[in-house]
Write a protein of this length. Structure first.
Length: 231
């Protein structure tokens, strides 16, 4: 029983670096709320007390996707009068269905993400987490990608402690591409904004200065009235 249990725990844990940090893509995530080994030790003690072998394991996924055909990242419902509500085609919906299939979970697997994207937006290095309570489960990167649509890929999987909060990533980079000229590159139609007229860099530089001002972003917050809403 003990040897079997230890093997199960080993499949759910990977030692981090000495500082407790893991590098994912171009983003550096901070120290886990609890070291992974400490978290696992606490779970072993809980199993010894209760006799239950169910170990909740949390995984960090690194995502890349081409968002042209998706209604953004977040799962959402579309309601029409007199009809059964249906879900929009989103990245989260596709990813959660694939995770449920690969893990064999009977319940819906809900993923949390560092940030969401709008319809048609692409992403690379986006971080997301989900939890799995099956102690016999070991997530395989190849198996998950086989079940995903071709416009979505999971590039990395790491086990993390239950206290890890993906929403507290250190940053993100937005890239907007504008192309000017007489001819539009057909291979870049969904990756850049084409402008037929020649752009004037001096005018663009002046307009860009407006973006560096301080604005009140409070109305965009989940709970309006929180401190520190100016950016």
């Amino acid at each position: 029983m003990q040897k079997s249990l230890l093997r199960t725990i080993q499949t759910c844990s990977t030692p981090g670096d000495p500082a407790g940090n893991r590098r994912v893509g171009a983003l550096q995530f901070g120290v886990f709320a609890k070291p992974l080994r400490q978290c696992m030790s606490e779970q072993v003690e809980a199993i010894a007390r209760t006799g239950e072998v169910t170990i909740p394991c949390k995984y960090l996924l690194t995502l890349a996707y081409k968002g042209t055909t998706y209604h953004g990242f977040q799962a959402q419902l579309q309601n029409h009068a007199g009809q059964q509500p249906r879900t929009f085609h989103t990245v989260q919906e596709v990813l959660e269905k694939s995770l449920k299939r690969v893990t064999g979970s009977k319940d819906r697997i809900i993923i949390s993400v560092a940030s969401r994207t709008d319809a048609g937006v692409h992403a690379r290095g986006q971080a997301a987490t989900f939890s799995c309570t099956d102690p016999k489960f070991e997530l395989q990167l190849a198996a998950l990608n086989v079940t995903l649509e071709r416009n979505i890929a999971v590039t990395d999987i790491l086990p993390v402690s239950e206290g890890f909060n993906v929403a507290k990533s250190l940053g993100k980079l937005y890239c907007y591409r504008i192309c000017d000229g007489n001819v539009q590159d057909p291979f870049q139609q969904d990756r850049q904004w084409w402008v037929a007229d020649r752009l004037r860099p001096a005018w663009q530089g002046g307009a860009a200065l407006l973006l560096s001002e301080t604005h009140q972003n409070g109305p965009l917050a989940t709970q309006y009235g929180m401190s520190g809403t100016c950016r």
